[in-house]
Design a protein around this ligand. Structure first.
Ligand code: SF4
Ligand code: SF4
Length: 69
C-alpha cells in the first residue's frame, strides 16, 4: 500500500511529533515559516509513504490528511 499526505501549513505548529513517529521517516521539518511563525513539517519527496496514517493520528493540530492509493 502506498499513500500521500497533505499538511495544512497554517495549522502546523512544528512540534515534530509526525517527524518522530513516521515509520518511513518521510516527514521532516522544513525551513518554511507559517503565518504564526512556526517552522512547518513537510513531506520528504525522496521517501516513500506507506499510507499508514500514524502521522495524522499523532498530529495534535489535525493538520495532516493521508490519502491511500
Ligand atoms: S502515512 Fe505513515 S508513512 Fe505516510 S507520512 Fe504518515 S506516518 Fe509516514
Ligand atoms: S504533528 Fe502536526 S503540528 Fe506537529 S509538526 Fe507534524 S504536522 Fe505540524
Amino acid at each position: 500500500m502506498k499513500g500521500t499526505i497533505s499538511i495544512d501549513q497554517e495549522r502546523c505548529k512544528g512540534c515534530e511529533l509526525c517527524v518522530e513517529f513516521c515509520p518511513a521517516k518521510a516527514i521532516r521539518l522544513s525551513d518554511r515559516l507559517n503565518g504564526k511563525g512556526y517552522f512547518v513539517a513537510a513531506f520528504d519527496d525522496g521517501k516513500e509513504c506507506t499510507g499508514c496514517g500514524t502521522c495524522a493520528v499523532m498530529c495534535p493540530e489535525v493538520a495532516i490528511e493521508v490519502m491511500k492509493s
